[in-house]
Design a protein. Structure first.
Length: 640
């Protein structure tokens, strides 16, 4: 099939130029879809606003959003975005898709009772374990004040639409119409997949799961985050502030593993030490030690400086025509739209590996470039069958090659691999690719048809940016204020919110780049995405409220689950105020739920033990284990 071309006047970095999009549904589910499709060039119709004030009942009674995209020679593609699939739907989808993640048979046992699927953002957060992971710092489940699961689901829906259009452009079975379905619940399971994977490990967690963590507070009241990957810098920072030696030693391990555990039970002496020094002294100690600190910014301050940039940038790599390209040996299919494409990934930690993981789930052949001896994170505890459970959650099914990119021979090896790849994806430190001669321009000379993808921390958009890690970006962009209700002090989540959402944006950018390449006659494309973009995507409604001069923070008590005698219940946003009037602490969770239901109030039990997701009837049949015994969450999309 010949890919629909762009005209000369349309030859821009907008892969959806001349396509029309019709969209409808609750704004929580459609906000990101509408905005991203518009930024990619589609003419959008029926798009909603930003949802008004926090918790406004815009979506009352609405369970899904619908998107239709067509034009410019493409057949119609559609997407449905649900809060959660009806009971049993996810199981049927797993069978229909062939469960490409080799799930061990007999790994799911049905639960003895029925629960209704999640119906809105708080019930999705409760059911999927987001509340449990986010609440580890506090010692009890907490809801995120921002619409995290719905935002992630919107990005997944755009990915599904782009993948279908790309499959049409490349030929194969999916030549005309296609449909994709995703949900906020699947997005939520994907978001906790690393923490969930640890529940299947052969050993316990490497660090204690107990309440505690940053931010720290200075003597003059500045809330701040601290970041370093070097234990020497950690120790030097605290020594400069006269912290007790035993507290310095005892604090490093929980600090080091906070990304994996979503909590950091520091010795209280470290918080006491921080409170004993003014902010200027804290900054001096960081500068002298090599650690970095970042004061928590406000939503009003972030709104004032927000540049309105798109969540990714796309640019053609080379004006020269690429060499003739052989037809892909494997053509796309309906449920594997990227079949026949090769993604070369040089990623570390979460952001780039997750982006490549999503591309693999869409059918691409993903090859990881690892240092000699392999990725050291393969051995990060806890392990399943000798392999890090968290590493498996992001990297199962990928092939691996080893290359020392610091050596000339290793760089030659990487260039050889790039010559046969469709995508090169990395999240190296800023400037490293250019220093090694492996930047976009360098690799375009090797492969003029390459999609070069860089997932960074800041995308060079802020002059005063600290280290581009999840929690520092949360602090600098006011995510800590957006996710906490107004009666609590701001605090970035210790759940890796931005690494996950940044990985989703990275995969979305690659798909847009691949489609742009097809429509531009095979010319290579550079795509950039960032954690900063993930933060702005998540906090966009709050930033708009701040820009209008209204209170951008969630109201007091917002999305705070209700205690029962043996657990927790999360009411829907529309029922939260009425449900909070009932004292449920003496009732077991089933009876408390029955009581609320009898008064016309809707709630769902909060998942507090992620291991229980295996037998949770809200996800019946959709969760299994891989061949290492690690838990596997369902694919984010269903294609038909």
């Amino acid at each position: 099939m010949t890919s629909p071309p762009l005209t000369t006047a349309q030859t821009t970095a907008r892969p959806l130029e001349a396509l029309r999009c019709d969209i409808g549904g609750p704004p929580e589910l459609t906000r990101v879809v509408a905005e991203h499709l518009r930024l990619l060039g589609a003419e959008t119709h029926g798009t909603p606003g930003d949802g008004g004030t926090v918790g406004a009942p815009d979506a009352r009674g609405a369970t899904s959003a619908h998107v239709a995209l067509a034009g410019a020679g493409f057949g119609l593609v559609t997407a449905e975005v649900l809060w959660a699939e009806p009971e049993g739907a996810a199981s049927r989808d797993a069978v229909a898709s062939g469960q490409r993640d080799a799930v061990a048979p007999g790994s799911h046992t049905p639960a003895p009772h029925r629960l209704l699927p999640a119906q809105d953002e708080p019930t999705v957060q409760a059911a999927t374990g987001i509340m449990a992971v986010h609440g580890r710092r506090d010692g009890a489940p907490r809801g995120l004040g921002a619409d995290y699961a719905a935002t992630a689901a919107g990005v997944l829906a755009v990915q599904g639409l782009l993948a279908q259009l790309l499959a049409q452009a490349r030929g194969g079975e999916a030549r005309t119409a296609g449909r994709v379905r995703t949900s906020a619940a699947r997005a939520g399971l994907l978001a906790v997949s690393q923490y969930f994977a640890a529940t299947g490990a052969d050993e316990g967690e490497a660090a204690e799961l107990a309440p505690g963590g940053p931010p720290f507070t200075s003597a003059d009241g500045t809330l701040f985050e601290l970041e370093t990957l070097d234990p020497g810098a950690w120790a030097a920072f605290w020594r400069a502030l006269d912290a007790p030696p035993e507290a310095i030693r005892g604090g490093w391990r929980p600090f080091q593993f906070r990304y994996a555990t979503a909590c950091a039970p520091f010795p209280e002496a470290l918080h006491t030490t921080a409170r004993g020094h003014r902010w200027t002294r804290v900054q001096e100690a960081a500068a002298a030690s090599g650690a970095e600190v970042c004061a928590l910014r406000t939503l009003a301050g972030r709104a004032a400086e927000y540049d309105g940039a798109a969540p990714w940038s796309l640019a053609r790599l080379s004006p020269a025509a690429p060499p003739p390209r052989e037809r892909d040996s494997q053509l796309p299919t309906a449920d594997a739209p990227l079949a026949g494409l090769t993604v070369l990934e040089a990623g570390r930690r979460i952001q780039a590996p997750l982006a490549a993981h999503l591309l693999r789930l869409l059918g691409a052949d993903v090859v990881r470039v690892e240092p000699p001896g392999g990725d050291p994170l393969r051995g990060m505890p806890p392990a399943c069958d000798g392999v890090s459970a968290r590493w498996l959650a992001l990297n199962r099914g990928k092939r691996a090659v080893e290359a020392d990119i610091k050596s000339p021979s290793g760089r030659r090896r990487l260039r050889e691999l790039v010559a046969g790849a469709d995508v090169f994806l990395h999240n190296w430190a800023p400037g490293k690719a250019a220093q090694l001669g492996l930047d976009a321009a360098d690799l375009a000379a090797v492969n003029p048809g390459l999609v070069y993808a860089y997932t960074s921390g800041w995308a060079d958009r802020l002059d005063d940016a600290p280290m581009g890690t999840d929690f520092m970006v949360q602090a600098r962009t006011a995510v800590g204020e957006a996710v906490r209700p107004a009666d609590e002090p701001p605090a970035p989540s210790l759940m890796t919110l931005l690494d996950v959402l940044g990985g989703l944006l990275g995969a979305e950018a690659v798909l847009a780049g691949l489609l742009l390449r097809e429509r531009n006659g095979g010319l290579g494309v550079r795509v950039d995405s960032s954690l900063l973009a993930a933060a702005d995507t998540l906090t966009a409604p709050a930033l708009r409220r701040a820009a209008r001069g209204t209170d951008p923070r969630p109201p007091a008590g917002f999305r705070r689950p209700l205690r029962t005698a043996d657990g927790w219940l999360a009411p829907t946003d529309t029922c939260a105020a009425a449900a909070a009037a009932y004292d449920l602490t003496a009732l077991p969770t089933p009876r408390a739920l029955t009581l609320l239901n009898s008064h016309g109030l809707t709630a769902t039990p909060v998942t507090t033990d992620l291991a229980s997701l295996h037998t949770d009837p809200r996800f019946a049949g959709s969760i299994g284990r891989d061949t290492h015994g690690a838990p596997v969450v369902p694919d984010p999309w269903t294609f038909t």
